[in-house]
Design a protein around this ligand. Structure first.
Ligand code: COA
Length: 321
């Protein structure tokens, strides 16, 4: 039994902010951002909520899968920026969708969040415990950015993507690998709220994302090609058998480096980071929905999905569409 993606969806906030727009509010330029990252613009939430964006993405995925919310057994949401600490994004989605029979919880694996959620769904389906699972990856990262720190805030964007997965005899996930390296977590982090109980004294300072860009870059170009090679080998395939590589949209230079290390042409690496930026857990499912709706996925195609990010965390899966 395999886990097949039978519907996808995505939703982006309506406000588009170009590099040019950012250069009017901070000391940066279109040239600096584009030449180092490939990003030209990103969508930033203004009045949207993450639950609202995720629900819009989920409804598209349910429609394509031909099932309704009441058919869902489980909702898994990969996110680090749920609207509230409690309840989880997955539970808020359950409420919005009326998915009354689903069990729902979030997975915090940063930019690998969608991959970890998908791989968790795969384990539940292969065990026979559940059949219809909604997997969501989404972020409103703009609320976690320090808008005075030009080295991080220009890189990220907001949005949500979704996939409905179901059991299938023939098509679906062939193999997966995942990994974590908590010892190196400090290179990309965002502190939590400080304890302010009556027995400690802490200043109430808002926590923001901070990043050592060059260390994260080195981690990505080392880890992602290995994770992809390992999962492709585990599936009994060669890199040349893969039709498309949908990898986390952090930086075009990282994607080019992965393509070079794998000796797979850049034409097999579709991107949307030019107009979305890095949407962390939302990145891979939004790209998946984009290529699906553009008709770039054909029955029998072999596809790699890969994510990497804070934690540090990484994951890759090979599937037959
Ligand atoms: N606009 C203009 N200048 C900027 C800037 C911005 N938005 N952000 C930083 N700078 C400046 C810095 O202040 C620094 O100036 P200095 O040399 O005078 O101190 C300089 O640019 C650093 O430039 P450079 O060394 O060329 O940066 P880089 O090549 O390391 O690129 C990143 C920076 C962040 C684009 C790159 O390290 C990267 O992409 N890393 C991976 C990040 C990532 O993908 N994170 C998410 C993973 S999930």
């Amino acid at each position: 039994m395999k886990t097949r993606i039978c519907g996808t969806g995505s939703a982006l906030p309506k406000r588009v902010v170009s590099n040019e727009d950012l250069s009017k509010i901070m000391d940066t330029s279109d040239e600096w951002i584009k030449s180092r990252t490939g990003i030209a613009a990103r969508h930033l939430a203004t009045d949207e909520t993450l639950a609202g964006l995720s629900a819009a993405a989920a409804l598209q995925a349910l429609e394509e899968a031909g099932i309704c919310a009441k058919d869902l057994d489980m909702i898994l949401a990969g996110t680090i920026s749920a609207d509230n600490i409690l309840p989880s994004l997955a539970c808020e989605l359950q409420r919005e969708l009326g998915a009354v029979h689903a069990v729902a919880f979030d997975i915090n694996a940063a930019c690998a969040g969608f991959l970890f959620a998908l791989q968790t769904a795969d384990a539940y389906i292969r065990s026979g415990q559940y059949r219809n699972i909604l997997v969501v990856g989404g972020e409103i990262l703009s609320k976690l950015m320090d808008w005075n720190d030009r080295s991080t805030c220009v890189l990220f964007g907001d949005g949500a993507g979704a996939a409905v997965v179901c059991p299938d005899e023939n098509c679906g996930i062939l193999s997966s690998v995942q990994g974590s390296d908590g010892a190196k977590g400090g290179v990309l982090s965002c502190c939590g709220r400080k304890n302010n109980n009556p027995y400690v004294k802490n200043s109430i300072k808002l926590p923001f994302v901070s990043m050592d860009g060059q260390e994260v870059y080195k981690f990505a170009v080392r880890t992602v090609p290995k994770a992809i090679t390992d999962t492709v080998e585990k599936a009994g395939l060669a890199i040349s058998d893969i039709d498309l590589f949908l990898i986390h949209q952090a930086n075009i230079r990282i994607i080019e480096s992965v393509s070079k290390r794998l000796k797979a042409p850049m034409e097999k690496f579709p991107t949307n980071l030019a107009f979305c930026g890095n949407i962390s857990a939302g990145s891979v499912p939004i790209l998946l929905d984009d290529v699906n709706r553009r008709g770039l996925l054909h029955k029998g195609d072999k596809i790699v999905l890969a994510g990497f990010g804070a934690g540090l965390t990484w994951g890759a899966s090979v599937l037959v569409w």
